[in-house]
Design a protein around this ligand. Structure first.
Ligand SMILES: Cc1cc2nc3c(=O)[nH]c(=O)nc-3n(C[C@H](O)[C@H](O)[C@H](O)COP(=O)(O)OP(=O)(O)OC[C@H]3O[C@@H](n4cnc5c(N)ncnc54)[C@H](O)[C@@H]3O)c2cc1C
Ligand SMILES: NC(=O)c1ccc[n+]([C@@H]2O[C@H](COP(=O)([O-])OP(=O)(O)OC[C@H]3O[C@@H](n4cnc5c(N)ncnc54)[C@H](O)[C@@H]3O)[C@@H](O)[C@H]2O)c1
Length: 466
């Protein structure tokens, strides 16, 4: 076989690509991954992984603060040591993954992939051919078009900060701003969050967002709402941010966290006629673009569901199975059937990794309140399970139950929300009844055992808000 001919070529090497690439490789397909930057994409190198690693010590400090009458003296975090640890841990990851892929027989092609026709991707001066192509080029940070925009930084810069600034400002009220502001507040910086609307974390349950804002404000974070910044300039002692009206803010470091935009430019979409818009590449229910042998996966897709690592992974796996189904011969009928199954997303948990976290899954409280027959129950588990839940009295959740008391959705405020939400996601996806939930035994006295018990009681119709 010609060396440059593949069954499947991926453009991009993030979660939207490599999970499926490994499946196809295992199933004896010849696979190549084209990557212009570090192998394994945003999450591993510039997103989830470095973020959660840097956040670890701050989370530990936050837990200790729940015992402030008992544990004296808040520990100080040495940012430069923490950054050193982050670099040592994160920097080798892409090389590690690269060698795993290569040892499995997946070809890694370094460079910028550009579609030339329905079966050809060009990298540098070489053309690579494939029966199927998966576009998985992800997103990049938005850059606000303001005067002095070159003085702003993005999330990647923040995650590489060597020295923590005394004053730091985040533009935007989304995930990145709120997660990073939680860290910055604990570094003792003067932290500002400047938002162009009157809300932060719009998709989240606003009463819990309000609780989080109040908590961050108590730690010194200043929120500025309804401000459309237009200018950032150097001044004698730092930077000055302003709008066209009276807003002025002096700071030392500005993070533009006003969202991410799909990488749809310069990859040959117009040349070969693939449909896309500013929200990403358009796909059908099989994740195919309007050219059927070319798929799109992950953040680059124009989709209503959240652009997250687990959704990118889910799509990557789905596409691999769809390709296997299309290629299967009739003797392997079960595989053939795979190509006919449209993608169907289960309930998708979302977490803001703030301190504390906010998480949600399934039907929102707001939708449930409008829907006849649905109930919303508030479970004040921080108060009810004080000793199990490590003194975090303000931790709370709201669960959405349908007319048969099945769990349909939940929103959680509290430090363990990121793990608890996964358990609730299983209950929702498995459509478990209250009886089924109550038939299981969990380790005690863990936080999750208490929470599941409380929810299990609600699902049996027993209201046990003590
Ligand atoms: C700061 C931050 C924190 C985040 N935290 C979380 C979190 O906690 N949980 C979560 O679920 N999600 C989080 N995300 C989102 C998550 O990182 C993305 O949803 C995920 O990485 C999407 O995967 P992907 O493969 O679609 O895209 P990416 O991981 O962005 O991969 C795309 C790859 O394609 C490459 N590429 C682009 N164009 C070309 C080309 N022409 N040729 C070759 N290669 C190309 C890029 O270099 C990149 O490596 C975070 C994101 C950021 C920025
Ligand atoms: N925990 C997680 O899962 C996690 C964490 C970080 C990032 N992410 C992913 O990365 C994406 C990017 O995060 P983000 O926080 O940058 O984006 P975001 O979409 O969450 O928030 C963007 C913020 O910027 C504001 N904004 C948008 N346009 C603006 C403009 N022109 N002027 C001023 N403000 C403007 C929005 O109102 C919003 O408050 C997320 O949507 C998510 O997909 C996920």
């Amino acid at each position: 076989m010609n060396n440059n001919h593949y069954d499947v070529i991926y453009i991009g090497s993030g979660h939207a690509a490599w999970h499926g690439a490994l499946i196809l490789n295992q199933m004896k397909k010849r696979v190549a991954i084209i990557e212009k930057d570090k192998i394994s994409g945003t999450c591993t190198n510039y997103g989830c992984n470095p973020k959660i690693l840097l956040e670890g010590p701050f989370e530990a400090v936050e837990s200790l603060q729940h015992y402030k009458d008992i544990v004296k003296n808040t520990p100080q975090i040495d940012w430069s040591k923490l950054m050193e640890y982050k670099q040592q841990t994160i920097r080798p990851l892409h090389k590690g993954l690269e060698s795993i892929f290569e040892s499995q027989g997946i070809d890694i092609i370094k460079g910028e992939g550009i579609l030339k026709d329905n079966h050809t991707v060009n990298v540098g001066d070489t053309d690579y051919k494939a029966k199927y192509i998966v576009i998985a080029t992800g997103q990049r940070s938005n850059e606000l078009d303001i005067e002095g925009k070159e003085l702003t930084h993005n999330s990647t810069d923040f995650l590489d900060l060597i020295e923590f600034p005394k004053r730091i400002t985040f533009l935007g009220g989304g995930f990145v701003s709120i997660e990073f502001a939680s860290i910055a507040a604990k570094m003792g910086s003067e932290v500002s969050v400047v938002v162009h609307s009157d809300k932060v974390l719009k998709p989240y349950h606003q009463p819990y967002v309000k609780k989080l804002i109040e908590k961050l404000e108590a730690e010194g974070v200043k929120f500025y709402f309804n401000i459309d910044v237009t200018k950032l300039e150097n001044i004698e002692n730092g930077l000055k941010l302003s709008d066209d009206k009276a807003f002025q803010l002096e700071t030392d470091y500005v993070v533009d966290a006003t969202g991410r935009i799909p990488n749809v430019e310069n990859i040959g979409l117009d040349q070969i006629g693939i449909d896309y818009d500013k929200h990403g590449i358009k796909v059908n229910k099989y994740m195919q673009t309007n050219i059927p042998n070319i798929y799109a996966s992950g953040d680059v897709v124009n989709k209503k569901i959240p652009k997250l690592t687990p959704t990118a992974t889910f799509e990557s796996n789905y596409i691999a199975l769809n390709i296997l189904g299309r290629d299967a011969d009739m003797k392997k009928f079960p595989l053939k059937a795979l190509k006919l199954i449209p993608i169907k997303y289960p309930a998708i948990p979302n977490v803001v990794y703030s301190l504390p976290r906010i998480a949600h899954v399934g039907m929102s409280v707001e939708e449930a309140e409008r829907k006849p027959g649905y109930k919303v129950k508030t479970v004040k588990f921080g108060e009810q399970l004080e000793f199990q839940y490590k003194h975090e009295r303000e931790a709370e959740m709201k669960v959405v139950l349908d007319s048969r008391n099945r769990l349909k959705g939940a929103v959680i405020y509290g430090s363990a929300a990121d793990d608890l939400i996964n358990i609730l996601t299983i209950i929702i996806n498995k459509k478990m009844s209250g009886r089924e939930v109550n038939k299981m035994i969990f380790a005690f006295p863990s936080a999750s055992s208490g929470v599941i018990q409380l929810i299990g009681m609600h699902m049996l119709g027993v209201d046990i808000n003590l």
